[in-house]
Design a protein around this ligand. Structure first.
Ligand code: CMX
Length: 435
């Protein structure tokens, strides 16, 4: 057993009594109200999930295992080649255990990934068998799902292992899958957009650097990849992709089913696909402007035209956040350092000056501030990934890190199959009118 797995085992054993005590001794304590607005309104704000991997404060933004984004970027071990962004491997360690890893512990995860990273040939066959105009998210989801037959959890379950041990083969599946995702993602990109000119992996590189290498993009894209995967990993459990992964796995469907489903949820334009929509939308502004930088008035008009035609401003608003997303800020800092004069970055920045006031005046969005997706596509575009259909695959690789961490802990703490209760409209009317 690896040191990481031993440590995880210890943490799980120590944690379990807390969950058991809450259910057994405090199970009847009321946590919150469910109003009709929440019931019909996509369950906004209903407290009905427990996770210790990350917590989203509406005003402060995300904390991963208690650490803010600047703290994560400062405290985790970094490559010694002048890179500014920590190893993804160390971040995986933090999400799984809640502890900051030493350099040795980071190296151990890197070794684990090295042993688990070889993608079976049939996965590439599945990708290649799909029509050329298939969306990359479909390719990614199908590729993940095609590996379901490798599941260690299924083998263990069929052997009849104890419920207390479910987390163990789930961990094996999770690490096996994570180790392969960068190669699958890069393969889809090169097969679909670079005439099948595939760059083989370099097992001596870390998760982020190997991805950059297989994409065929030079430094500092390795740092960009690390930053991207870390920032997109987790955002509590209630968002569509995280909740989908959690829900599907609550039926004891294995990690491959759960992560493929997670990818499908991320593919919606109100969720992960928003990062490609932002780029598409900005390109529309640029085309209209004939490439010239718009004045503030012109920019405002474009934003209003979008709203008046009944569309949302992609990259703005959030179901929970009520301030500028710190993930937006972290990427903006990267842009200010590495691409301050990029014309698209300037567009994005000038949108930041006008959109919040307009959304306030428009009066609908509860949060007028930018979210992570407003900034992320710009950076990819700058480094040569002009095929914005691909952006949500990058998001998926990052999000998988958070979702598998949650699923391992779900199994460790014995969280049951999800089964909320539904009512008919008539029943809701009866409740409403009696008041
Ligand atoms: N532009 C225009 N209108 C917006 C808006 C935006 N950016 N954000 C919210 N609104 C509107 C909603 O469509 C809703 O209108 P209706 O009452 O007509 O249905 C109203 O404001 C209230 O919505 P809300 O409570 O503020 O936001 P929700 O929790 O319902 O939705 C989100 C959140 C992210 C889906 C929404 O803000 C949105 O559509 N944003 C644009 C798409 C986007 O950037 N998504 C990515 C989010 C981050 C991620 O998950 O990746």
């Amino acid at each position: 057993m690896s040191d990481l797995k031993k440590k995880l085992h210890e943490k799980i054993e120590n944690w379990r009594p807390r969950t058991t005590k809450l259910i057994k001794e405090y199970g009847d304590v009321v946590v919150g109200d469910v109003t009709i607005a929440k019931l019909i309104g996509g369950m906004r704000g209903i407290k009905c999930l427990v996770t210790d991997i990350s917590y989203l404060d509406p005003y402060e933004g995300i904390r991963f295992r208690g650490y803010t984004i600047p703290e994560v970027l400062e405290k985790l071990p970094k490559p010694k080649d002048g890179s500014e962004i920590p190893f993804v491997e160390g971040f995986v360690y933090l999400l799984l255990t809640g502890d900051l890893p030493t350099e040795n512990e980071v190296n151990e995860i890197a070794e684990e990934f090295k042993h688990r990273r070889v993608v079976p040939k049939y996965v590439f066959d599945v990708i290649n068998a799909l029509p050329d105009d298939t969306h990359p998210m479909v390719m990614f989801s199908a590729a993940v799902l095609s590996m379901e037959k490798e599941s260690e959890f299924v083998k263990g379950y069929q052997k009849g292992i104890s419920k207390m041990d479910y987390w163990d083969p789930t961990y094996e599946d999770a690490m096996n899958l994570l180790a392969k995702l960068p190669e699958i993602g890069a393969y889809i990109y090169r097969a679909k957009y670079k005439n099948g000119n595939i760059i083989p992996p370099n097992p001596d590189l870390d998760f982020g650097a190997n991805f950059a290498h297989m994409m065929g993009i030079d430094k500092p894209y390795d740092d960009m990849s690390r930053l991207y995967f870390i920032l997109h990993s987790d955002h509590e459990s209630g968002n569509v992709s995280a909740h989908t992964g959690h829900l599907v796995s609550s039926a004891l469907s294995d990690i491959y089913y759960a992560i493929s489903a997670m990818v499908n949820g991320l593919a919606g334009p109100l969720h992960g696909l928003a990062n490609q929509e932002v780029l598409r939308w900005i390109q529309g502004v640029m085309e209209k402007m004939g490439g010239k930088t718009p004045t503030e008035e012109e920019m405002k008009k474009f934003v209003w035209d979008t709203l008046n035609s009944g569309q949302v401003i992609p990259g703005y608003g959030h179901a929970v956040l009520r301030k500028t997303d710190p993930r937006y800020k972290a990427q903006r800092d990267f842009c200010l350092k590495h691409l301050p004069d990029d014309p698209i970055f300037k567009y994005v920045d000038s949108l930041y000056q006008v959109v919040p006031d307009i959304l306030r005046e428009h009066g609908k969005a509860k949060n007028p501030w930018p979210n992570v997706d407003a900034q992320s596509g710009v950076i990819q575009w700058y480094y040569g990934i002009r095929e914005y259909d691909f952006y949500t695959v990058l998001f998926s690789i990052g999000r998988a890190i958070g979702v598998v961490s949650n699923i391992i802990w779900d199994r460790a703490l014995g969280y049951p199959i999800e089964r909320p209760k539904s009512l008919s409209t008539k029943m809701v009317e009866d409740i409403a009118f009696k008041k």
